[in-house]
Write a protein that binds this ligand. Structure first.
Ligand code: HEC
Ligand code: HEC
Ligand code: HEC
Length: 176
């Protein structure tokens, strides 16, 4: 759709300048725009064409930025891995002092357990490996609920937690 728009705009541009190739059309168009500016005072017709040139250039710039915005991101696979440490990339004390550590988030139900077992994923697994409920608990914690901040603030990407090894095809959990 966007590509079609750009193609239509470019071919209209080429048609208007009378050139076959785009590079020729572009330089010829710029020359005509330049000439047009010199003659602008002489008539409304030229002003109209100048306005068309500016309009076309603006349309091409807008179309190009729409294409750039539409490019996919999938942290760690397409684009930078924004959570290289998995859980601990998010569950930490922020620079401005807000405590998002897992120990604090689980205070109510896990407050009685030692700090080391709540410090990282390995700690969680000292109990949850046996229980075999980590996938269930983590997917529910990060995807359930009306206004889940994992979705609204972090776009809900699986690759915040999961690693994907493109060579072997294996999917893992960062920090496990
Ligand atoms: C990209 C950021 C991010 C990553 C990575 C992440 N979390 Fe979270 N986590 C959140 C956010 C945001 C919430 C709050 C969700 C909500 O609005 O309820 C949350 C909630 C939680 C909670 C609270 C659940 C409850 O019962 O209240 C726990 C526990 C938790 N995460 C553990 C983990 C563990 C373990 C990992 C790694 C396997 C992990 N998180 C990875 C952002 C993250
Ligand atoms: C010492 C054992 C132990 C450790 C360590 C532990 N858990 Fe748990 N966790 C439990 C038990 C037992 C339950 C079940 C509680 C229940 O069902 O009432 C539970 C329940 C939960 C729940 C669901 C209830 C809730 O509070 O939201 C989440 C989420 C959870 N654990 C996450 C974690 C994470 C993340 C870690 C590591 C940071 C962790 N747990 C470490 C024993 C542990
Ligand atoms: C907050 C971290 C987190 C996010 C986000 C997350 N997962 Fe997981 N996922 C886990 C953990 C932890 C396990 C348990 C791994 C284990 O115990 O070996 C798991 C396990 C799994 C498993 C294995 C199934 C099972 O029952 O063990 C699959 C499949 C999976 N995840 C798919 C996904 C998909 C698809 C998404 C995105 C829609 C996703 N996960 C997002 C943390 C996460």
């Amino acid at each position: 759709m966007v590509f079609e728009d750009v193609a239509v705009t470019l071919s209209a541009f080429a048609r208007w300048t009378g050139s076959q190739d785009l590079a020729g059309a572009w330089s010829k168009g710029m020359r005509r725009a330049h000439d047009a500016m010199h003659c602008a005072v002489e008539g409304g017709q030229i002003m109209k064409k100048l306005a068309i040139v500016i309009g076309i250039i603006a349309a091409v710039v807008v179309a190009a930025s729409v294409i750039a915005l539409a490019q996919a991101t999938l942290p760690g696979l397409v684009g930078e891995d924004v959570s290289p440490d998995g859980c601990l990339s998010c569950h930490r004390v922020t620079e401005d002092g807000r405590d998002h550590t897992m120990a604090t988030m689980l205070q109510e139900t896990h407050g009685r357990f030692s700090a080391s077992r709540l410090a990282d994923l390995a700690g969680c697994y000292t109990c949850h490996e046996r229980r075999g409920d980590m996938a269930e608990l983590m997917h529910a914690a990060h995807y359930a609920g009306e206004d889940n901040h994992f979705i609204t603030r972090y776009n809900g990407y699986c690759t915040h937690c999961h690693s994907v090894d493109l060579a072997s095809g294996a999917i893992g959990v960062k920090g496990k």
